[in-house]
Design a protein around this ligand. Sequence first.
Ligand SMILES: [Zn+2]
Length: 217
Amino acid sequence: MEREREAVADAGRRLAAEGLVIGTSGNLSLRTGERVAVSPTGAVLAELEAADVAVTGLDGSQLAGRLAPTSELGLHLGIYARYGSGAVVHTHAPTATALGLVLDELPCVHYEMLGLGGAVRVAPYATFGSAELAAGVLEALRDRSAALMANHGAVTHGPDLAAAVHAMRLLEWACTLYWRAATIGTPRTLEAGQLGAVVDTIAALGYGAPRAAEPPG
Ligand SMILES: [Zn+2]
């Protein structure tokens, strides 16, 4: 799991450098088969090293590492069990956390939010590290790669660490967009028909992936 521990430490430092994680307020993990490399409890993510990263089984038993895993391990393992994801990221990113103080759902106001599955649900508040919190977040993540956590923060997951980190960046961007718009008016929400047309266009154009230029005519 050395490569995975290195990847978790690397992504933790990047999330901190980008301001998505402040101090010890976040955690992340990467699963390979039945093993999970997970950031330790109490760690300053900006200084995370591979040797700090714990390795556990899917039952939470610690297999390697000198530090205990994050107190949100149950949330991470629950997401792996229910959704078969490859990586999970949890942060208290500033704008995502702010919107989770106010909203019950972040509406789909931009087509890029389709990358998160559409409108983002806000899971009910419960004490950090609790089974109740994990259960609420798991439900909020149905058909989504992101959820907000009321009065707490945000969680994203994906097939690999790059995808889970990207989803967290996208979520914080969407929250910032919504917040800025809401200060000057009521943000318009995209309708199902408009989103369906975007999905059709992406499928038809292969949009988002680099494409070779047409040869000069
Ligand atoms: Zn938290």
